[in-house]
Design a protein around this ligand. Structure first.
Ligand code: UDP
Length: 313
């Protein structure tokens, strides 16, 4: 089996590369323009001939000469800070990049997986969120570039499935964390861990009552692999039910890193979803998916990674 992973130098993409190679796939082609991905995420595979890296913007072209059996479209900046840093790039990779990746899958006769997101539910009106929820999304707000790009990418993935006969999958990731996240990506996990390790105050946006469900990358990549190897074509939520308020999460990080940092409250972010937790009924029923890593354990491993990055290990 040969795979092509757009965004394969990113946080989740590079963990997927590792998983496919571990599972014995023959070749993995990685296409990444490195605006948020990093070659350091693939450095341990430098001498592995099964990995082929191309530095390319997949919004412009997605091409390889070799046979490809599975295309995973994982390229996109994914942090709310990136949505203001790279708004046009986010929209392009979700629209043009998705079309390019779908077309490549079509011409190669390959299966296709779209990496989508819980953001398509917007600020959800019910919790937990089942896949049948349509979403409560502001089409012109600061997060809209990502939300609408991903909604477009889901729609066109279904169109290729229904009208072009493509064998497609859609995975909806919830908040995922672990080693290889960028220290400065602006999301709550790297921000809080960095602040805790450096003894700086942890910055809560708003009153800390928003909730998120934090999934460790190992569980999430297992969900991706299960979806790739099952024949199920409706969207599937993948994540954990480890739901915490952001205030609880701040305390969890302070405890896990033995930090004496304080907490400060900053203005709330605009259009920030108030709650987020996946309904995993479909993932369990269709894929036999289950998560195993508890927050405290995942945080411990992630903190070790950030310590090394900060030269504190
Ligand atoms: N957040 C926070 N402080 C930070 C970064 C984020 O309080 O330094 C909050 C943010 O407002 C949101 C939650 O943490 O309610 C998760 O934010 P993140 O950027 O990690 O991702 P999101 O789930 O919003 O895509």
């Amino acid at each position: 089996m040969n795979a092509l992973i757009t965004g394969g130098a990113g946080f989740l993409g590079s963990h997927l590369v590792d998983r496919l190679l571990l599972e014995g796939w023959d070749k993995v082609f990685v296409l990444d323009n490195l605006i948020t991905g990093s070659l350091s995420n693939l450095a341990h595979l430098e001498s592995d001939p099964r990995l082929v890296f191309h530095e390319v913007d997949v919004s412009e072209s997605v091409a390889v000469e070799d046979p490809v059996d599975f295309v995973f479209h994982f390229a996109s900046p994914a942090s709310p800070d990136d949505f203001t840093r790279y708004p046009i790039e986010v929209m392009k990779v979700g629209s043009l990049g998705t079309i390019n990746a779908l077309e490549l899958a079509r011409t190669k006769g390959a299966k296709f997986m779209m990496a989508s997101t819980s953001e398509i539910y917007g600020d959800p009106l019910i919790s937990p969120q089942p896949e049948t929820l349509w979403g409560n999304v502001n089409s012109i707000g600061p997060r809209s570039v990502y939300d609408e790009a991903k909604r477009f990418s889901e729609a066109i993935t279904m169109a290729y499935r229904n009208y072009r006969g493509l064998d497609t999958r859609i995975v909806r990731f919830f908040n995922t964390y672990g080693p290889r996240m960028r220290l400065d990506d602006g999301r709550v996990v790297p921000n809080f861990i960095r602040q805790a390790l450096l003894g700086e105050p942890l910055s809560i946006y708003g009153d800390g009552s928003n909730t998120r469900s934090f999934g460790y990358y190992e569980d999430v990549i297992t969900g991706v692999y299960l979806l790739a190897t099952h024949n199920y074509q409706e969207p599937v939520n993948i994540g954990t039910e480890e739901e915490r308020t952001i205030l609880e999460f701040a305390h969890a990080v302070i405890n896990a890193s033995h930090s004496s940092s304080e907490i400060i409250y900053l203005p709330a972010a605009i259009d920030d979803p108030k709650q987020r937790r996946p309904d995993l009924t479909r993932a369990r029923k269709e894929l036999g998916y289950e998560y195993h890593v508890e927050l405290e354990e995942g945080l411990f491993k992630t903190i070790e990674f950030f310590k090394a990055k900060l030269g504190l290990a």
